[in-house]
Design a protein around this ligand. Structure first.
Ligand code: ARG
Length: 512
């Protein structure tokens, strides 16, 4: 797809905060947003550009302008808006609405504006209602009247829908890239711990011994699905809305399919009303982001537990842990906690957008302007959480000996004894009962399963023959779970082998 390259937060000039927040004092100094004389003068005292002033006797009330302005957050769409504008200029030329000279001048001005935006020489001001208004002002400043031709056949409604799709398709790839890096870090750690036995838990209680590598890879499987979800999402998001106009399409001979192809989309819209009102792509992206947040939160919670004194399975590198301002001894897993905490905000973004969309009549409604902040916040959140999690995972020290010692704790080999009896012809229900009695005996006598003598076994339950002691080995328990997808070290090695091409494919899709 067409990419404007890595566009991370802060790479593009931000809006002049003072003006965007419409600081009242400053507004007075500049004779800023007012509703007198029907205009909201710009910094130079001239009337500000509005894309809709003609039929209005006066300018907007300050309260309206304050509510309506979105440039402080939609400015990050500027590179995508400019990209779409180039395609629109070319389609106007093909339609005979711009001659060759005009097209060349228009494309040159758009390139210059693009450079000025990137370098921060062209900045939006609060008088620019939104990114589209700001960029049209920039074009008019450069081209004069010719700049006004670009809006033919185009509305901010089809423009903003297209810009947001371009932005998200670009950023979905960035998120996928960072997710793949996290998966790679987990796989690298898993490779070192294929043979490290660890307590496997259900209900956070010791259940059965597992390979620690197997546990790490369980998180990788979730992150791989997350990338898969983004790739799948991308197929549906790959639709250009340009040419839909405000809602009904255009009477001008535009070429939506050609524009779509130029912008790297798979296709153009099928229904102009849907094109300008559909935000499924944003909602679906936010679901994918929220679910990734949930996965990060679950890994974060495990790392929080693993780093406690009670578990002591893992020690974080100093560079990826924090201290306490009062307790000199503390080393805190703040990254893991923030990953856990920020999942709330990702779920919130999804909820906010779905709530906004619910009940909107077709086609465009101004409510739709509310689509952008949740989307941007979700992208920013993931792009800041993922690298921190990756760094933490890549540098954390696993305390192999502690894991190995804890692996059989809590009678974790009890299932192995029961299954051994079943292999020898005992009905599982009876085997379960016998081993339950064995565990109760151990609890009462403060003993481990392998402390129990052959005589005691026979007394506890006659099914417990002396040979059951042969299965009381953690290594044996791991090796025994050798069916596909199980925790046997050989199966874990298979899993690592199978993940390699998947991660390569995901890396390639993400563009790194
Ligand atoms: N800033 C607007 C948005 O994000 C752009 C579209 C405005 N369209 C309109 N008809 N007022 O939705």
């Amino acid at each position: 797809m067409t990419s404007v390259g890595p566009v991370a937060t802060g790479e593009y000039p931000s809006v002049d905060e003072e003006r965007v927040t419409m600081d009242p004092e400053r507004a007075h100094d500049d004779a800023g947003p007012t509703n007198d004389a029907g205009s909201v003068p710009g910094a130079d005292g001239s009337a500000p550009l509005r894309l809709w002033g003609g039929r209005f006797a006066g300018g907007p009330a300050e309260a309206l302008a304050r509510l309506s302005v979105s440039v402080q957050f939609d400015w990050r769409l500027a590179p995508y808006d400019l990209l779409a504008s180039r395609s629109h200029a070319r389609v106007l030329h093909r339609a005979g609405l711009l001659d060759a000279g005009e097209l060349a001048a228009m494309l040159k001005a758009l390139d210059d504006l693009s450079d000025a935006v990137t370098q921060g020489r062209f900045r939006p001001t609060v008088e620019d209602e939104d990114v589209h208004t700001a960029l049209e002002r920039g074009l008019l400043e450069n081209l004069g009247a010719l700049g006004g031709k670009l809006r033919a056949g185009r509305s901010r409604n089809d423009q903003v829908a297209t810009d947001l799709r371009l932005y998200l398709r670009d950023h979905a790839r960035q998120v996928a890239g960072r997710l793949t890096e996290l998966s790679s870090a987990l796989v690298t750690l898993a490779e070192q711990h294929v043979d490290t036995p660890a307590p496997g838990m259900t209900h956070l209680q010791h259940a059965q011994p597992i390979s620690f590598g197997h546990q790490l890879l369980a998180h990788v499987q979730a992150f791989v699905r997350d990338v898969d979800r983004l790739r799948d999402w991308d197929r549906r998001a790959s639709v250009s809305a340009l040419g839909a106009g405000a809602l009904a399409g255009s009477s001008l001979p535009l070429d939506p399919a050609g524009v779509a192809a130029e912008l790297g989309f798979d296709r153009a819209f099928a229904n102009s009303l849907d094109a300008v009102s559909d935000r499924d792509f944003a909602a679906e992206f936010l679901f994918a982001a929220a679910l990734t947040g949930v996965h990060l939160s679950r890994l974060g919670e495990e790392i929080v537990l693993w780093t406690t004194r009670e578990f002591g399975w893992v020690e974080l590198d100093d560079a990826f842990a924090t201290g306490s301002s009062i307790m000199p001894q503390k080393k805190n897993p703040d990254i893991a906690e923030l990953a856990r905490g920020k999942s709330g905000r990702l779920i919130g973004a999804l909820t906010a957008l779905l709530t906004t969309l619910k009940g909107l009549p077709l086609a465009y409604d101004r409510d739709l302007q509310e689509d952008k902040e949740p989307v941007f916040d979700a992208v920013d959140t993931l792009l800041v959480v993922l690298p921190a999690m990756t760094g933490m995972v890549a540098t954390m020290r696993v305390r192999r000996e502690r894991l190995e010692r804890a692996a059989p704790d809590g009678f974790a080999l009890a299932t192995d004894v029961a299954e051994y009896l079943v292999r020898n012809g005992v009905v599982f229900r009876e085997a379960h009962e016998a081993v339950g009695q064995l565990v109760a005996w151990c609890v009462a006598h403060d003993a481990e399963l392998d402390d129990v003598s052959a005589e005691d076994l026979a007394v506890i339950n006659p099914l417990l023959t002396a040979d059951v002691r042969s299965v009381l080995s953690v290594r044996g328990a791991l090796e025994a779970r050798s069916a596909p997808g199980g925790t046997a070290p050989d199966r874990v090695r298979d899993q690592i082998r199978d993940l390699a091409p998947v991660l390569d494919r995901d890396r390639a899709w993400a563009g790194n």
